[in-house]
Structures are given as C-alpha cells and as structure tokens.
Design a protein around this ligand. Structure first.
Ligand code: 9MR
Length: 370
C-alpha cells in the first residue's frame, strides 16, 4: 500500500534530489564531477569561480568525487624535463581533501596536453631514454599524490577508432611496451591505488572496445596490474549509445575481472537548446547512468564538470554545448532528474545490494564507536 505522501513524492520532480546520495543508495561508490582550478578557467577567459558553483561542488550529497580536469596532466606537472610543478593539480586535491571527496586522478601518460619537450620532433628518443622519461614522470607525479587518489588514469586514449594503436611519440618509440611500462611503474609506486585505462568511444561494442579488451588482456597476461577501464562517455544527444549496448560493453570489460567507471560523462547538443534536444539529452544521461547502476562491474559516474560555462565542448565543437547538468543561470537541466530517476529506479543487482549492506553496516559500526 502506498500512502498519500509516497504517491506525492513519486509525482514531484526531484528538485531537492541529490546525485551522490542516490548513487550510493543505488550501490555505486560515488557520483562525481570534474573541476578545474580557477587559474585555468581564467586563462580560458572565464570567470574564475562563483560562490554558487563552489557550494554545489562541495555539497557531498551532490558529488562524492572529483577529478582535476587539467592540473595533473604532463604539460603542467613536468613542463620541463625533471622540473615538477603540482600547483594546479594541488588546488583540486585540497578541495577533495577538505570536503571528503574521493579523487580520481587524471592522467599520467597521454599524447595530448603533453609537455612540448617530450613531443618534440628534434628530441631523438630511443626506447631506453623515453622509457626513463616515462618512469620518472609516473613515479614523481604518483609519489606526490600518494594516498590522495582512489584511482589513476595511467594511460589515456592509446587507441584509434579502428582499435589499432594511435600514433603518438610513445607508440612510435616503444610500441605497446609504453602501456606495460606505465602500468608496471604505477603499480610499483602505489600498489593500493586503482589503475585504469581510460578512453572515449569505447562505451558500445566496436573495434575500439575490442582494442580495450586486448589491452587489458595484454597486461594481465604479462602479470601487470590493471584494475579498471574508464569510459569517458563524451556523448552527442542525438546519437548516444543505447542502454543495452552500454550494459553489454561494461559486462564485457567486467568479465576480464576489472571494474568500470564513467569518467568524463557529458552529452552535448546543438545550441541554442530546444525541448527536443533537452529530452534527447535527458534520455542519453538516463541510459548511461542506468547502465552503470545495472551492470555489476560499474562502480561510479563522473561528469566532466557540472556547470555549462565551464565545459570544454563549445571550444572544441563550435555551435554545440549545454552538455552538463547545470545551465549558465544555475538552473538544472531536465537531464538532472533523468539521472536521479535512473538511480532510483534501478534494479540493483544482488551483488551491489550486498556491497551496499556491507557499507551501511560499517558506517553504523563506526557511528557506534564514535
Ligand atoms: O576538459 C579538458 C579541457 O579543458 C582541455 O582543454 C582539453 C585538452 O584536450 O582536455 C579536456 O579534457 C579531456 C580529458 O582530459 C581527456 N578526455 C577528453 C577530454 C575533453 O577533451
């Protein structure tokens, strides 16, 4: 029997609903949002910050995790060989630490936003010299953030659309050994952190998703630790992958014994938006988050910032944008409610329910002890 209040609650839009709270109820570890340091935003010609933005990011009911959008990348952390700078990355890490947010750390070895001294036509790398450079970078950056990351994106975007390896200085000099070296080094530096391979367009079955399976198997066959696959989830509102495609792909990665997370979810649309494109967007968000809640291996969802003016999309795809969950005036997209709905309605698997119960019991026990 449903009482009148239950019926009313079911009819009301989830205006006060909060993403991380519902994510945990649905058995996930977190619902997170990436964020940039104010200096980075200013450099991009944006306002550095807004009180309202800062309050939402720090509201643990809304977000339980964050990722620095830029500050931990090679360009910033080792701009010159052997010269390390953690200023930008540390800004986001301190927010995470102060507000008890999980931090997904991003990204150690990536062909883009790479320091020019590495990707330099005149640098005459040999397998030996470039290997030393990778080891030095991974070791120093991970050492600096030791104990502060739940996971590291160790290698980012190594694949082309056809599933073969992307051309990069790392691949040219070392072949697929650069992936092995990065993971092997990461595992040595901090054995307790989750090590991820992260990429885009790997959320539905395709030659590229098969490439991911190949990478995971390659590492496993060599006895090298890999813990997770990050699905970036940069989608287009008019043609996102379906719920079933996403569940099938997550299950395929999960079958290899690794966990999965959506690491950079956003759903772009043509701007200005209209009712139809907002509805498509809501459906795309519902399906992505729904797939994560329903497929056993998926442990969490991170959106790539949460406030439209701070999104990367309009810079890269002129005429497209409004990809996140908060509009410029801080009102929420219809997709916000769709995400909550996906988490509320999910039929949570028995395994996730067990995890949930265990977490609740531990929380109750630690509350008793306090
Ligand atoms: O959001 C990031 C943006 O500020 C940078 O200019 C851009 C440079 O490539 O990188 C963006 O983040 C990327 C992420 O690190 C990896 N996956 C794709 C993301 C969007 O480009």
């Amino acid at each position: 029997m449903h009482g009148p209040l239950t019926v009313l609650a079911a009819l009301l839009p989830f205006t006060s609903a909060q993403l991380n709270t519902y994510a945990k109820k649905a058995g996930l570890k977190y619902f997170g949002a990436a964020t940039d340091s104010p200096g980075q935003r200013e450099r991009a010609g944006l306002e550095a910050s807004y009180n309202q933005y800062d309050a939402i990011l720090r509201d643990g009911n809304e977000f339980g995790s964050t990722t620095p959008t830029n500050g931990q990348k090679w360009l910033f952390t080792e701009p010159e060989q052997g010269v390390f700078n953690f200023t930008e990355g540390d800004i986001v890490t301190s927010i995470a630490q102060e507000h008890g947010l999980i931090q997904r750390c991003h990204a150690l070895v990536w062909h883009s936003q790479l320091a020019p001294w590495v990707d330099n036509a005149t640098a005459d790398w040999t397998p030996e010299t470039l290997s030393a450079v990778i080891v030095e970078h991974v070791a120093n950056v991970m050492e600096h953030y030791r104990g502060k990351c739940y996971a590291w994106d160790v290698v980012n975007e190594a694949l082309d659309e056809d599933g073969s390896y992307r051309d990069s200085v790392f691949y040219r000099v070392l072949g697929e050994d650069f992936i092995k070296l990065a993971f092997r080094t990461a595992a040595k530096v901090e054995p307790g952190v989750k090590l991820y391979y992260n990429d885009y367009n790997i959320e539905k079955p395709s030659p590229k998703s098969e490439g991911v399976v190949r990478i995971v198997r390659m590492l496993q066959e060599d006895g090298i630790k890999i813990d997770g696959v990050g699905l970036q989830g940069h989608f287009v509102a008019s043609r996102p992958p379906t719920l079933d495609e996403q569940i099938a792909t997550i299950n395929a990665y999960g079958a290899l014994g690794v966990e999965v997370a959506y690491t950079e979810l956003d759903v772009r649309q043509t701007t200005p938006v209209n009712e139809t494109s907002l509805e498509w967007q809501a459906n795309a968000y519902r399906d992505a988050v729904g797939a994560c809640v329903q497929a056993e291996a998926c442990i969490g969802v991170t959106i790539w910032d949460f406030y439209d003016p701070f999104s990367w999309v309009p810079y890269t795809f002129p005429g497209e944008g409004a990809a996140l969950l908060w509009f410029e005036d801080f009102s929420k997209h219809p997709a916000y409610d769709a995400v909550i709905e996906a988490m509320r309605n999910a039929t949570v698997s028995p395994c996730k329910r067990r995890q949930q119960r265990r977490r609740a019991q531990m929380a109750a026990r630690s509350a008793e002890l306090q």
